[in-house]
Design a protein around this ligand. Structure first.
Ligand code: MIC
Ligand code: SF4
Length: 642
């Protein structure tokens, strides 16, 4: 069979298992990345593994999420990560250097390699032809310690791009268009491989915008082919040496194919409160706008910010609009400063933030009550911006900049001639924000501030389970629902007991009280339970509160892996209609859980309150079942020779 690019890279890095759809395999991980809001857990877990040396070619610890530092907590976390980095030879990226995905694309990603990152938008580097997968923190710690990652062989969806983008239409509109077609569940179980004539007109940063938001489709990752454009980007980034050529066979086979004509796409937006709630800007233009934010790992490249600066040059931001700019990296900020574009943004009245995630994860710049906020970001879940009743629309930098001037949602097509940006001959490289291992000492003592608390570890699965339904949730519950994140809570990412008070905070006020009162229990979910981020806090906090199993119609990939690693049972209904007959506080019993799991049989769950038997199942590998029986990955790892 003719192989696609995904299969070629998986084959190149294959360590165990057969490359057959649905099979579990392990692959060699060449690089890892962490960011600070998941990183403290990753490095606590790495420390617990007690290893002498990392097994990756390169690992980078970025500080980009928790940079507000309203108290000592974030700075203590940074110091902890810095000392771990020095001990293990991990490259440390200081706060202010920029967003992990943008920086990794600029500095380290290698075409044809495998990257594992403790952040769901790790697929950004797929824009450079690297197989880049987002995972829970523990999986990333294991990749650093052991060099491998286990995954189910995904199906590969070919997305063939034909045609060429119309003026004022950009990469963000492409991925929003795809989200409108496929939905937030459309990519589950797939890796998206882009091909076709249309890709010749997309730069590496355009491609990265598209692969970045593949996370919102639920895809394992997305990847573009390695071509002259890839090489050109590396040359301009002063690292042609990192070019590696690996190609899909001609006439490669795919599990599914979609053709998208770029010429058909118009400026688009994702409406509140889901990235797949798509409409054309033309159909919703005129909505009054209070805030516009340009930045994030989706749209804060040099080209994106230059487009905004060129549109805003000599103009004034509307009096009722607050325009926020957060550059993707310190190098980009330096280039904007050198070429005068930063001055143009300031003159227009923009608020300039440091190069970091910032408002994307609610770290500041929460909009006013009932505000309409246009953001070039990737997620618009309710409350994520820090203001529960705000309406967030996801748009391109072009739409954002034009709307900031007009004061209402405007189609950039009506703005006149399209701006065209020349990619710099050579990108600037800001090296001084990195601490490289050669400058560090492996004897550096690990520094842990008072806010860094031990993470919870499960105990081995019992032969039977009993407990109450603590919460019943609808479809598409996000990890932002399970473990909300904003400026008030992000300082506690290393403090699970404190975070637990806010578990399921967007759905109910008192989950932690109910969970404690009933000594833990069960959670019921709809389709796509746990979509969104990679934060393993969405598993560790429920574990801390005694949650034993989640029974849902279906799960998002990373969250399901995090539940398994934590030893929480992720079950799916065999008959989805059973969902309707469950109510909060129903009493459940699973009398033969251990036996059924060992035999890989259907699980019989008795709803004692309703006197009915519900059949559920565990979909996973035998290794996954062993991890669950051991009570999570760390217990499992103790029992095997790795
Ligand atoms: C996000 O965009 O939701 C985050 C914050 O980057 C998360 C990681 C986290 O919760 O720390 C992600 O995407 O994985
Ligand atoms: Fe940071 Fe936002 Fe990207 Fe997450 S989605 S990594 S918070 S910029």
């Amino acid at each position: 069979m003719k192989k696609n690019l995904v299969m070629k890279i998986l084959e190149k890095n294959l360590l165990s298992g057969k490359l057959v759809d649905g099979n579990e395999i392990s692959i060699k991980v060449n690089q890892t990345l962490t960011q600070d809001s998941t990183g403290t857990m990753v490095y606590l877990q790495l420390e617990a593994m007690d290893i002498a040396k990392l097994q990756t070619d390169l690992s980078v610890a970025y500080i980009d999420h928790n940079t507000l530092q309203a108290g000592f907590e974030n700075a203590d976390d940074h110091e902890f990560i810095k000392t771990v980095a020095a001990k293990y030879g991990i490259i440390y990226s200081k706060p202010g250097n920029g967003i992990c995905h943008q920086l990794h694309l600029e500095r380290f990603a290698k075409p044809g390699g495998v990257l594992l990152g403790s952040d769901s938008h790790t697929p950004t580097c797929g824009g450079l032809g690297m197989l880049s997968i987002g995972a829970g923190g523990l999986d990333v710690a294991v990749a650093m310690a052991k060099g491998y990652y286990y995954l189910k062989v995904p199906k590969v969806l070919k997305i063939e791009l034909t045609g060429q983008l119309q003026p004022w239409v950009s990469a963000k509109d492409v991925i929003l268009f795809i989200l409108g077609k496929l939905s937030v569940k459309g990519g589950v179980g797939y890796i998206l491989e882009y091909t076709g004539e249309g890709i010749k007109h997309l730069s590496v940063t355009d491609r990265a915008t598209i692969t970045n938001m593949g996370a919102e489709l639920g895809a394992t990752t997305s990847i573009f082919p390695i071509d002259e454009i890839t090489k050109d980007f590396l040359i301009r980034q002063h690292r042609e040496i990192d070019f590696y050529d690996i190609q899909a066979d001609s006439d490669a086979s795919y599990d599914k194919e979609v053709v998208i004509n770029l010429s058909d796409i118009r400026p688009m937006a994702a409406l509140p409160h889901s990235p797949d709630n798509i409409a054309s800007i033309e159909s919703i233009s005129g909505i009054k706008v209070d805030q516009v934010a340009i930045g994030s790992c989706t749209n804060a490249s040099y080209t994106d910010l230059m487009k905004a600066a060129t549109i805003l040059k000599g103009k004034k931001i509307h009096k009722d609009v607050s325009l926020i700019i957060s550059p993707g990296s310190s190098s980009i900020l330096k280039m904007l400063s050198d070429n005068g574009a930063l001055g143009d943004l300031i003159e227009a009245g923009a608020r300039i933030l440091e190069a970091s995630c910032g408002p994307c994860i609610g770290m500041g710049q929460a909009p006013k009550s009932n505000a309409v906020s246009l953001r070039t970001f990737n997620r618009n879940f309710k409350g994520r911006c820090g203001t529960d009743n705000a309406s967030v629309y996801l748009v391109s930098p072009e739409t954002a900049a034009v709307s900031a001037i007009k004061g209402y949602l405007s189609d950039p097509v009506t703005f006149g001639d399209e701006v065209s940006i020349t990619i710099p001959e050579k990108y600037h490289v800001s090296n001084n924000y990195f601490i490289y291992p050669k400058e560090t000492d492996e004897n550096t003592p690990i520094v842990m501030g008072p806010n860094i608390k031990p993470f919870p570890v499960n105990s081995a699965l019992k032969s039977s389970l009993r407990g109450k339904v603590l919460l019943k949730a609808l479809d598409n519950v996000t990890t932002d629902d399970i473990m909300p994140s904003h400026a008030g809570l992000l300082p506690y990412r290393s403090n699970i007991p404190e975070l637990s008070k806010y578990c399921f905070g967007t759905l109910t006020d008192n989950f932690h009280v109910v969970a404690k009162e009933h000594q833990g229990g069960f959670v019921i979910g709809g389709e796509n339970y746990g979509q969104g981020s990679s934060r393993e806090h969405a598993a560790l906090v429920p574990l801390y509160l005694g949650v034993k199993a989640i029974i849902a119609k279906s799960f998002a990939r990373i969250h399901k892996a995090n539940l398994i690693n934590a030893g929480i049972l992720p079950f799916t209904f065999i008959d989805k209609d059973d969902y309707s007959f469950i109510d909060p506080l129903d009493e459940f019993s699973i009398p033969h859980i251990m036996e059924e799991l060992i035999k890989n049989e259907e699980i019989s769950l008795y709803n004692i309150t309703k006197s009915v038997l519900i059949k559920v199942k565990f979909e996973g590998s035998s290794r996954d079942r062993q991890i669950l029986m051991a009570g999570g990955y760390l217990n499992y790892a103790k029992g095997i020779t790795l």
